[in-house]
Design a protein around this ligand. Sequence first.
Ligand SMILES: Nc1ncnc2c1ncn2[C@@H]1O[C@H](COP(=O)(O)OP(=O)(O)OP(=O)(O)O)[C@@H](O)[C@H]1O
Length: 637
Amino acid sequence: MNELPVGDKAASRRVNHWVDPSFIDLPEGSISLSGRRKDRPVLCSKAELKRPRKRKGETSNCHLLKESAQRGQDEPWVDRYSPCSQAELAVHKRKIEEVETWIKVHTSISKGGILLLTGPSGCGKTATVQVLSLELGLRIQEWTNPTNLEPYSNSQCELRVSNFSCSSQLSQFQEFLLRANKYNCLKMAGDGGTTDMKLILVEDFPNQFYRQPGSLHDILRRFVKTSRCPLVFIVSDSLSGDSSSRFLFPKEIQEELDISSISFNPVAPTTMLKVLTCISTLEAKKSCGRMRVPEQALLEMLCSGSSGDIRSAINSLQFSSLADTLLEQGLWRTKKDRPVMSKARVVSRSNQRKKKSKQPKEHEEEQAIGGKDASLFLFRALGKILHCKRGIYEDAEVSEGAPEAGLPSHLSHHYREPLLVDPELVVERSHMSGEFFSLYLHQNYLDFFSEVEDVHRASEYLSDADLLTSDWMSRDTMGNYGCSVATRGLLHSNSQQVYVGFRPLHKPNWWLVNKKHRENCLAAQSLFRSFCLTPISLQTELLPYLAKLTNPMSSQAQITFIQDVGQMVLRRFPGRLKLETLTDKEPGKLERDSEEEEKEESHCGVEEVLPDSQPQPVTNQVLLMDENLIIEEYDSD
Ligand SMILES: Nc1ncnc2c1ncn2[C@@H]1O[C@H](COP(=O)(O)OP(=O)(O)OP(=O)(O)O)[C@@H](O)[C@H]1O
């Protein structure tokens, strides 16, 4: 595998002249928005694809100018303006310090160790590691998934199919870690006096790990025993619900292997704006008048449209520099071109108090090109509805007369100040179905209301929303309407708009009840299979009946289950279930439809999937042959 001594800037500069630019594989003149090549050569260092680094003592602007002058016109700006020092990084100082401290400790004091960097895509995790390695004089040895499996004759897991031999990605990864950890980098001509200190970086994971995370854990267990240099994993969060970091590195493994974890946040809009302004100014200077510095409004729009992804923002800026062409084609809208949404501008109360004339944050602009799919963590999405933010008409004339005047006097109590959020957009960006979103609202809304009349009205709206989706035939179509009724109903009912401050949010009670229900279905089907009844019939018809009998034909497991499920009226409930708190970065879990679940259950081997919380059958054999059971006395009293 190739590696590049990042420490030696001169060498790196030389190498970069003959290395392909990031988008060499695209037709001339076209620019990719991704900013990164995924089909890199086998096991090559990502550092090879990066631009040369800055020399000490050069100021950043001067450096940027020189660099940009040397580069071809088509070079992506993300590559051209990639940061070379901590000061240039658009990452929070504290995060940089945390990573720096960890690297220092694990390269000097305790050699080795594993660090996990998480955070949304494009927030500068990789850039931070690269900058710090450069500053600390570390070489980066990076694993990249091989796209073609090369012959690897020494490998243990070798596949030999008619003279063709190749090893699995997994065994190559294992070997890479072993060698990277064991051997120093080769000294190359031009390396000078670079140190042997290095850092292993893994951002691409062999696919096998997503199927069997256990195989990764086994490799890591072996790695930590002999670890000599730090190993950094970078895992990007996804808002669509599949959290790779939690799947690949569950809490138990982090504790067992003493893996440190640092979570990055999206790039702050102000920092992003500074970077974009700097880049556009430099590019405008360089273009000798051909390109103009974009309006502040356009830059702000790019920032808000990128959802904290600096790569996406810079790519969009580069596109917007082609504005003349795009504008001609009508593909790019500037703020001026956008239709006026309303006659009077609406500002939030807090903004008004601060006497800021800025557009409120909540009015996120839609971007025609390059806008990243703006996602919201569920916690924030719920907050936007529950905190019920409203604005006032900025234009005094309008605020005095128009809105209330629009309502007849007997409906004047329904007047509300305009909303600062678009409820349907909030739900869409939460990546959760309307029904589940309403469920979360239902669980949490009480804490945000101050008047009992408002609660009464809100509960009516929630019931209406529920009714809209009660019929399974029309549920798919009506789901969104139901959610509109729930969200808008809650917003409208909350007439007082009292500031409640921070309130913890909880996962719906329904969640736990549904889980218990599914476990019971599974257990009922497993324990009373010979009755050939559906899980529901078993629990609602057969088990209550068996519970009344003094001498049912049951095993101990069956008796326990009958006592648990079939005797509801006699049971004492322990009170309310303990609710799970919803954390701020948690994606909303989408439970599968219970009908689907039931179907699935009937297809799979029940004995394999019987939940731990249920009494386990003695053996399957015993259950299938009921007549052989030892019948115990069962006292229903
Ligand atoms: N000031 C800056 N700070 C951070 N990155 C910058 C800056 N200017 C330009 N960039 C570029 O933005 C990109 C940031 O992407 P980076 O690979 O660091 O993100 P990431 O958090 O690792 O996400 P992913 O996992 O998707 O790669 C890099 O290409 C970097 O060169």
